[in-house]
Design a protein around this ligand. Sequence first.
Ligand code: PFF
Length: 480
Amino acid sequence: MSEQSNAPKRESFSGRNAFIFAAIGSAVGLGNIWRFPYITYENGGGAFMIPYLIALLTAGIPIVFLDYAIGHKFRGSAPLAYRRLNRRFEMFGWWQVIINTILATYYAVIIGWAASYTYFSLSSAWGKDPKGFLFGEYLKVAADPGVGLDFVAGIVLPLVGVWVLVTALLATGVQKGIGKASTILMPLLTVMFALLVVYSLFLPGATKGLNALFTPNWEKLADPTVWIAAYGQIFFSLSICMGIMVTYASYLKPKSDLSGTGLVVGFANSSFEILAGVGVFAALGFMAQNMGKEVSDVAANGLGLAFIAFPTIIDQLPFGNALIGLLFFGSLFFAGITSLISILETIIAAVQDKTHFPRAKATLVVCVPLSIVSVLMFGTTTGLPLLDVMDKFLNNFGIVGVAFISIACILFTGSLKTLSDHVNSVSSLKLGKGWQIVLTLTTIVLGYMLVSELWKVANEGYENYPTWFVATFGWGMLAV
Ligand code: PFF
């Protein structure tokens, strides 16, 4: 009780709907729009749906329940809630807070790009050579891109704008800031994205793109990396084992149907990303047909898909490129903002529980230094390569690592019983032995993912992760 005695009263969402919008807002993010389509494409197309759905049902949704149960029962930020579950578990919460801290510095950058690209698509500023324009100057892949006025206006200012916007929203409070923003932005995002997908489906060549995306390559199912990719996508996309869902669930009213809500959020998130896959590949099909190429020649991966392929598509559209640019990059922007809010809230809540600072102060203490680091790191000359390394490292070791250790410890110490009793006392769908079985299975898969990544690094060297990066990160982790 002592932790609570001088703490400000805990905030909450006004009701289940506000929570659902906020949780879907957190889940539906950059990962759904730019990550899912190319991960699916690279990992067997239609056949990828099998490991993906298995990962959703056996890992994604069961862990959403777990996160909700911890946050809702123990009503605290990740470190505090884990600590109340078991004193020795507090470090899992802090590990997640650190992951969110690192993630926020570059996640904001991509949202900043989305903001400036919304503007560029209105003005078609990239001219006829999106590749040269974007990679050379804007995304800073070129060896010496130079820091010109364009760069400040196109990258630095939007990034600062993103930070100012999210800081203001977060300082306003859980319901007034996060709840309200999500309740407005999520329906808007859904409408914008639905319009975009419908429009893409009517483009000439759309079916060519859909065939490329969904034609199954069954052999891929025998490849373990495809299964790893499916689990990785589910973790990233659902924002699970990151302390995010724990934090949001701690703001949910005591009588709330946890498992029912978890199902809604899990399926909504997957529906959104499958829709994104359809929209993105229909548009790629159009581009391939227009250029007389194959879809495989034009399907860039990762950030390239959103920031190179899409501008190219937009430039080639028969009419209304401004509208489509606005819909695509505007969607990316809104989806990103509601996710960034959740990433930052996880840190702010932890700081608040530790220091009992009022919300506005805790928000500033977190957001001001982070925004400075983010702008300095990505507003200077490092850019995309650094972002790529950080993203890989964070996903393959950070999230998978904490997920593996925390779930294994919860299972091992028998804490799951406390959590299932809690979920069952408030929810319509009851959790039983099956929950424990799928979580055990997931722990094994996570352990395998971790070992295989370590194996890869040991065998292939550090080329994916520069030595200086591993050393700094490793020491940081040890220090914690
Ligand atoms: N789930 C969101 C997305 O898919 O972009 C936000 C997010 C949360 C991304 C947690 C990554 C992550 F590790």
